[in-house]
Design a binder for this molecule. Structure first.
Ligand SMILES: Cc1ncc(COP(=O)(O)O)c(C=O)c1O
Length: 339
């Protein structure tokens, strides 16, 4: 029998279950489960638009941000077209490209874990239709600042759609963070992707949205599955927006824990660069494979990229303490074995 999993830190999920008010809203919707949801999620679209300070023709809602990303690729890419993305990045992108018979073009990260914007541009060819930027980046947590993003966007041809994936936006505190909805007016080829899976803790319910210029949004909406956003999820999102200040406090706690985890990992000898998502990234040449084994032994499920890195979702205090104990033990063992 395997070692039991005590803490799930592999998928960048929220450590918090839904708030009581959100659970109650979901229960009320469950009682109406014999009814279809809206044919297209028009009410939710309007609500999200008002909340983001844009008009509803700037918003496309879908089945998680992954679902919206697939709608984007279906809308703009033809078989054989190229989708340029950093590698590593969120694993879904090459899979989504394959689903529309497009060609994923992976571009290595720079050695410090940043998406290499010049190299992404240099990878464009005459079949490039989409470039993906993940901000903050998964798995490194690195950030593309507003200035760097503006310079990048000025060089992307209009026929290439920029998929700006901001799944972790709410965890970023850097003053250089781009104001991406404002970019959409100047760049009708930009689609900003957001999700209720991470900061809002609704990963199981699959609601994400895209913000973009009306023409692009209209094309993306044409790919939307009828009845595709379910009523329980819709109720949960509406209740979550009503409870936003409570949820923001949870996000603040995760951010504080992220910073504590990083400081303490650095103090026990790991090299951890500042990250802006709900995770920390440990990279080779630090002993990431031994670290992964120590975490498994301690009952922690983390995301291990053999020989390359370890991505640890920031959990609750108890989970993070378990991580620190497991990885500190490893360092002590290593220095003891050297003497
Ligand atoms: C960068 C990034 N984008 C999107 C997602 C998926 O989000 P959703 O649950 O909204 O499909 C993830 C999930 O880990 C992610 O890391």
């Amino acid at each position: 029998m395997g070692i039991p999993v005590l803490h799930r830190l592999a998928l960048n999920e929220s450590p918090y279950p839904p708030l009581p008010s959100v659970r109650e809203a979901m229960q009320r919707a469950v009682a109406e489960a014999h009814r279809y949801p809206q044919f297209h999620p028009d009410d939710l679209t309007e609500l999200i638009a008002a909340w983001c300070g844009v008009t509803s023709d700037n918003v496309a809602v879908g089945s998680g941000s992954v679902g919206v990303a697939l709608q984007v690729l279906r809308a703009v890419a033809r078989p054989g077209d190229a989708v340029v993305h950093a590698w590593r990045t969120f694993d879904a992108y090459p899979l989504l490209a394959a689903m529309v018979d497009a060609r994923p073009v992976p571009v290595p990260l720079s050695p410090d874990g940043h998406q290499d914007l010049d190299a992404l541009l240099a990878a464009f060819d005459d079949r490039t239709r989409v470039v993906v930027l993940c901000n903050p980046h998964n798995p490194s947590g690195s950030l593309v600042t507003a200035d760097a993003l503006s310079a990048f966007l000025r060089q992307v041809p209009r026929h290439v759609t920029v998929l700006l994936d901001e799944a972790y936006l709410e965890f970023a505190r850097d003053p250089g963070l781009p104001d991406s909805p404002a970019l959409v007016d100047a760049h009708p080829n930009v689609l900003v992707l957001r999700t209720f899976s991470k900061a809002y803790g609704l990963a199981a319910l699959r609601v994400g949205y895209g913000l973009g210029a009306p023409d692009l949004v209209a094309r993306i909406r044409r790919q939307q599955l009828p009845f595709g956003v379910n009523a329980v999820a819709t109720a949960a999102v509406k209740a979550s927006l009503r409870a936003e200040s409570e949820l923001r406090l949870r996000v603040d706690t995760v951010v504080a824990e992220r910073e504590r985890l990083r400081r303490e990992l650095v103090s026990i000898g790991w090299c951890v660069r500042p990250g802006h998502a709900n995770s920390v990234w440990l990279a080779a040449p630090d002993p990431v494979d031994a670290g992964a084994a120590a975490l498994t032994e301690a009952g922690i499920e983390a995301r291990h990229y053999p020989g390359e890195g370890l991505r640890l979702t920031v959990g609750d205090r108890n989970a993070n303490d378990t991580v620190l104990t497991a990885l500190a033990g490893l360092r002590a063992h290593r220095s003891a074995s050297r003497t």
